[in-house]
Design a protein around this ligand. Structure first.
Ligand SMILES: [Zn+2]
Length: 196
């Protein structure tokens, strides 16, 4: 996957949020879900800057599901103690969206799903390296249509979500108000509050 990770994370986080019916933490859920859905690829910094592209980045622990589950298991109790139920829900969402990333990576590449019992990469298709520029390999493979579909669905969902747009505007106005309070901003906040 190349562009669809974050849109997919947005869609899944929204689903999760709806089942939780936790509107007070709307933005938090979406932010955590979207960051988690691209978090495994933060290892690309290590891949390019430190490892010198010596090992496939899917071989790092950041792309191995068992490590995600183990870290979740270690953190779940301390998070519960310090951040209560909301912390556990957000941590669970982080795990789910991280696993979503790896599931999407398994469509056109491979992930070590059975590690440490089996060190093979498991995936459905492989994108062949036919173009010199690696991005072109993704753009001209048919699975890119799937990525477009996910991205367009997420964009439509985002634009149709009045509550989310209102929440984002509200949060932005609050930040601006904290920097520079004014009556006009206060009126704007009251109006968004009424609309919601
Ligand atoms: Zn990845």
């Amino acid at each position: 996957m190349f562009i669809a990770h974050m849109p997919a994370g947005f869609l899944l986080a929204r689903r999760f949020l709806r089942s939780e019916r936790d509107n007070a933490n709307y933005l938090k859920y979406l932010l955590v879900g979207m960051i988690a859905s691209i978090a495994p690829d933060f290892d690309l910094a290590y891949f390019y800057l430190i490892d010198g592209r010596q090992h496939p980045h899917h071989s790092y622990w950041t792309h191995i599901p068992i490590y995600w589950v183990a870290i979740y298991a270690i953190l779940v109790y301390p998070v519960y103690r310090f951040f209560d139920r909301i912390g556990v829900k957000l941590l669970s969402l982080f795990l789910i969206c991280g696993l979503l990333h790896m599931s999407l990576d398994s469509i056109a590449s491979g992930i070590k799903w059975l590690y440490p019992f089996n060190t093979q990469y498991h995936g459905i298709w492989r994108i062949p390296a036919v173009h010199e520029w690696w991005v072109a390999n993704y753009l001209f493979h048919w699975t890119f249509l799937l990525e477009l579909l996910i991205t367009v669905t997420a964009a439509f969902t985002f634009l149709r979500d009045r509550r989310l747009l209102n929440d984002i505007r509200y949060q932005l106005l609050v930040w601006i108000y904290q920097l520079r309070p004014s009556i006009r901003l206060l009126r704007g906040l009251a109006k968004i509050n009424r609309d919601t």
